[in-house]
Ligand binder design. Structure first.
Ligand SMILES: Cc1cc2nc3c(=O)[nH]c(=O)nc-3n(C[C@H](O)[C@H](O)[C@H](O)COP(=O)(O)O)c2cc1C
Length: 186
């Protein structure tokens, strides 16, 4: 199984990138994690659609190449970052070529504050429902980030957080397996 992970932050020192590395480090045997980078995408405009930019074609091909996706995102002003929204908008285009159609997705997020991206994740679920991407319902992962727990390099120093993230990764793998099995029988 190949799982693509999307980091919702463009920051080189992103705490959500740190969490993504931790999640990827918990992959069970037989599961490969790859990053799905979207940083070269232009800001969406219908004007591009007559002659799709190469960055868009690469992005859609990368989405097609994975069995499922884990999105690890910050919260910006009680929603998802604009760069991530732009990437999801491109994924949905052109009309009737939605790259996220029936693509299983699991969601996580980290913030320094107490609510740990909960509001952004609800917005993200709304977008993904519209795109017909089945999302893992539980566990919800709202991480209050601190350096004691995430010292760097994908290490999770707190055993209960590590066990919780392992449950999340295992549930995401089950969710993707279930959805892709259904694909095969439709
Ligand atoms: C434009 C902007 C808006 C933000 N809005 C929120 C917010 O609504 N809720 C929140 O918990 N943190 C908010 N933050 C703080 C982020 O959680 C914090 O910067 C975090 O480190 C971003 O994740 P990253 O390190 O992965 O980029 C905001 C930060 C920025 C730059």
């Amino acid at each position: 199984m190949k799982i693509g992970y999307i980091v919702g932050s463009l920051s080189t020192s992103s705490i959500n990138r740190e969490v993504s590395l931790a999640v990827a480090g918990l992959a069970p045997d037989g599961v490969e994690f790859v990053e799905l980078p979207y940083y070269r995408l232009p800001l969406y405009s219908r004007d591009y659609e007559a002659d799709m930019p190469e960055a868009v074609l690469d992005w859609k091909a990368a989405l097609d190449s994975v069995d499922g996706i884990i999105i690890v995102t910050p919260e910006y002003n009680r929603s998802i970052p604009g760069g991530l929204k732009n990437a999801l908008d491109w994924a949905s285009r052109p009309s009737r070529h939605n790259s996220l159609d029936r693509k299983p997705v699991a969601i996580a997020g980290a913030a320094p504050g107490a609510i740990g991206t909960a509001v952004a994740q609800q917005h993200l679920r709304t977008i993904l429902a519209h795109l017909n991407a089945p999302t893992l319902a539980q566990p919800e992962v709202y991480l209050s980030f601190n350096r004691d727990t995430f010292p760097g390099g994908g290490v999770v120093a707190n055993e209960s957080t590590k066990a919780f993230l392992q449950r999340f990764v295992d549930a995401a793998v089950d969710h993707i397996a279930l959805c892709t099995r259904d694909h095969a029988t439709v």
